[in-house]
Design a protein around this ligand. Structure first.
Ligand code: FNR
Length: 338
């Protein structure tokens, strides 16, 4: 049997295969209230029908001013839970598991009004300058991640992913480029990691299930973080109760890296080996054979697929065909499945 279609145990949660839908913002909360719509329901459930093992919902804001745009999904109030519950029920009906990416956009929030970050440094000339968070406000952010995790459990999610990548708030704390604080949350790596640690522990108070953290393994910038810096971070995350690191890159500064098939896989491998923690590989992974190489050679534990799943909700079915595997069809589609 292929590795890709072998099951995977994330704590008590069994994934039927190693294919994960990468979190991707759809900017489609049309009423600007953070509430998932019929579009989101169809979008996520169709990927589950296509055979994906774990569907991760897009960046979902834990605070209103932590959205990237006004059309982001939100989980900062109870009224946002029922629409998320419809999605988790719909995904579960197809035998897939479902997770939510809890996020705060930090200085990359493109919103009117106050935006916040570790330090008062704008992302670029086109972005507003954030206010540096006070210690009290940091405690509120941590508490709001905890409240969001509680709501995620109520909404029926199996997995929580914390978004600490792509230049959003938690990444801004981790990187010395964006964190110039002189208090307990800035300076040495252990201090820059502090808010992430507090959030993981706060989430763990209300959430028993698997926790994934998405990181950007390199900042692609002079003076920024590199994969080697994430080895200790990942060890600390593991000690704090994280089950798997989803290894992405970039987004902290306005630099677009050269990308090519599997360009981030070496980072997933380095963190996996260096920190002794499971990882997910992401970035231009588009075929069964490519996924099999990554898993078979022990470079990562899960295969996280973004744009290919936007193009093709049936990626899992097609990869199975490619690898000579048979996966179960949704009952309604049996006569067409091969
Ligand atoms: C993304 N990406 C992304 N990442 C993330 O952590 N949270 C998010 O909400 C989003 N939003 C998002 C929207 C859209 C439209 C795209 C295309 C991408 C990044 C995404 O999850 C993934 O890491 C990258 O797209 C690279 O993987 P692929 O697409 O090459 O498989």
């Amino acid at each position: 049997m292929s590795k890709l279609f072998s099951s995977y145990q994330l704590q008590d949660v069994t994934l039927k295969n190693r294919i994960v839908m990468s979190p991707m913002c759809m900017y489609s909360a049309e009423k600007e209230d953070g509430i998932a719509t019929d579009f989101h329901l169809a979008h996520y459930v169709s990927r589950a029908a296509g055979g994906t093992g774990l569907v991760l919902l897009e960046a979902t804001a834990v605070q209103e001013n932590g959205r990237i745009s006004t059309k982001d999904l939100g989980i900062w109030r109870d009224e946002q839970v029922p629409a998320l519950k419809r999605i988790t029920d719909g995904v579960h009906a197809h035998g897939a598991k479902v997770g939510i990416q809890l996020a705060h956009a930090g200085r990359k929030a493109e919103l009117a009004g106050k935006i916040v970050a570790p330090s008062s440094l704008a992302y670029s000339e086109d972005y507003s300058t954030p206010e540096a968070l006070t210690t009290e406000e940091i405690k509120e952010v941590v508490a709001d991640f905890r409240r969001a995790a509680y709501r995620a459990a109520e909404a029926g999610f199996d997995v929580i992913e914390l978004h600490a990548a792509h230049g959003y708030l938690l990444h801004e704390f981790l990187s010395p480029i964006t964190n110039r604080r002189e208090d307990a949350y800035g300076g040495p790596a252990g201090n820059r990691y502090r808010i992430v640690s507090e959030i993981i522990k706060a989430v763990r108070e209300v959430w028993d299930g698997p926790v994934i953290v998405r990181v950007s393994a390199t900042d692609y910038a002079h003076g920024g973080l590199q994969a080697v810096d994430y080895v200790p971070f990942a060890k600390w995350m593991k000690a704090d109760g994280v089950d798997l690191i989803d290894v992405s890159s970039g987004g902290l500064v306005p630099v677009v890296p050269t990308s090519y098939p599997g360009y981030q896989v070496p980072f997933a491998e380095q963190i996996r080996t260096g920190a002794g923690i499971a990882t997910g590989a992401v970035g231009m992974i588009t075929s069964g054979a490519q996924a099999e190489e990554i898993l078979g050679n022990g470079r990562a534990d899960l295969i996280i697929v973004g744009r290919e799943l936007l193009r093709n909700p049936y990626f899992a079915k097609d990869a199975a065909l490619e690898l000579g595997e048979k996966i179960e069809a949704p009952e309604q589609y049996r006569r067409a499945w091969r």
